[in-house]
Design a protein around this ligand. Structure first.
Ligand code: GLV
Ligand code: MN
Ligand code: MN
Length: 412
């Protein structure tokens, strides 16, 4: 029944994937030029669906479908519009496009609650090295310190906002309306579990905790041909030793994942010993104490290596969020919504971070995962199946109908 809508949803995601900062790939970072076309297309679809559209001061696009009463509470449905470099077409975008499709399916019918579809401007943390700028603005967590963070070209978040044509002084207006009903996010699973379980969708029970830091080893640059091996303070060699330890530590600890995803050596020439080496480290586990202990251990390992090699170590925290449980009452409704599509409802945890983890501290939040063929994500080959998207849409409609039938919505 939802196959044609699912086909249209996928086609919209693929068309938005062509809005890119880099020819031949989908790479769309926070407030880059390619985001304007994404906003234009979404705005057109939202307006045609009867929504009132605005772009807030951090670049989140927000379409509101009014309720039967102007004092009604608001249900947020959203995900992010920025991408990792060389991304696929569905991470983030799918959740926004599904939100619009759900409003379209109402065909101008008003519900006892308003629906606000949000396309977050920044979740991945690629441009400024800090994630969730978009969702943090909704909950009042974008402060002066965050606005002053600079990208590699020296542009601050504040400057990027103004250059995009937005007004940073109006950031408070990005805050979510009082007393929201909750937040719902549709997202691809980005892993192999649903494929193994042979299920199209799953309700998320919790999102694992994450620590993300920038780590710099500082030594001394020197001549690669004339500096004896025992007289070197090679920052890159010290860092490489530590990277091996990061991987080893995670391999030994069940459920722990740790990643060094970016490396930069300076001055960066084949015949110069690296004087500085800067990397990112991303550590995740479902249990906060296990993650915290692993981070302490990795930090101590880095300090040991630096001391032994005559290097200094700089450890700059970039992001820290404990594991987040989804709201039990929304989860129960979402499970029922899935069951009514004649799909066995199932629950899984998320190893990836999502905007829901920021909003969950401020309102009831829930997520529905959609099977990801091959578990392939953060990669151009990322895909979804039309029949799975159709199940997600049907579950979304069921979820809205159940909430609409409650008086007041979400009373228990
Ligand atoms: C978001 O994509 C994450 O890093 O989990
Ligand atoms: Mn992602
Ligand atoms: Mn995502």
């Amino acid at each position: 029944m939802y196959d044609a809508i699912a086909r249209e949803v996928i086609s919209r995601c693929r068309s938005l994937a062509t809005c890119s900062d880099e020819p031949g790939y989908t790479t769309r970072t926070f407030l880059s030029g390619s985001m304007r076309k994404v906003h234009a297309d979404l705005s057109q679809w939202m307006t045609a669906a009867g929504m009132t559209v605005r772009v807030d001061a951090v670049g989140n696009i927000r379409g509101v479908h009014a309720a039967t009463s102007s004092s009604a509470r608001r249900l947020l449905i959203g995900s992010h519009l920025d991408t990792v470099p060389h991304a696929g077409a569905f991470d983030g975008v799918l959740g926004v496009v599904i939100g619009v499709a759900l409003v379209e399916s109402l065909r101008d019918r008003r519900l006892p609650f308003a629906i606000e579809v949000v396309g977050f401007s920044e979740e991945e943390g690629v441009r400024f090295g800090v994630p969730f700028v978009g969702s943090r603005a909704l909950v009042g967590e974008v402060d002066e310190a965050l606005l002053a963070v600079k990208d590699t070209s020296g542009t601050s978040i504040s400057e990027a906002i103004n250059t995009f044509g937005l007004d940073v002084s109006r950031i408070d207006e990005a805050r979510v309306a009082q007393n929201p009903l909750g937040y719902l996010e549709f997202h691809i699973e980005q892993g192999p579990v649903l494929e193994q379980l042979r299920r199209p969708v799953a309700v998320v029970d919790r999102i694992v905790g994450r620590t993300y830091a920038e780590v710099t080893f500082v030594g001394a640059a020197g001549h690669a041909g004339t500096t004896p091996m025992d007289a070197r303070r090679d920052a890159l060699a010290g860092c490489a030793e530590w990277i091996g330890q990061v991987e080893g530590c995670a391999r030994r600890s069940p459920g722990l994942v740790a990643t060094v995803g970016r490396i930069g050596a300076e001055p960066g020439a084949a015949n110069v010993i690296a004087g500085r080496c800067r990397v990112t480290v991303d550590v995740r586990h479902a249990e906060n104490p296990v993650r915290a202990a692993a981070v302490d251990r990795l930090r101590a390992d880095a300090a040991d290596i630096a001391a032994r090699r005559g290097l200094t170590l700089e450890w700059s925290p970039r992001f820290e969020n404990g594991a987040v449980a989804m709201d039990a009452s929304l989860v129960a409704r979402l499970m029922r919504a899935v069951e009514r599509t004649s799909t066995s409802p199932t629950m899984i945890s998320s190893g990836a971070g999502h905007d829901a983890m920021i909003l969950a501290a401020h309102m009831p939040a829930a997520m529905l995962f959609i099977r990801t063929p091959g578990g392939v994500s953060h990669h151009p080959d990322e895909s979804v199946m039309e029949s799975d998207v159709a199940v997600a849409l049907a579950a979304g409609v069921n979820f809205l109908e159940e909430l609409a039938g409650e008086d007041p919505p979400l009373h228990s």
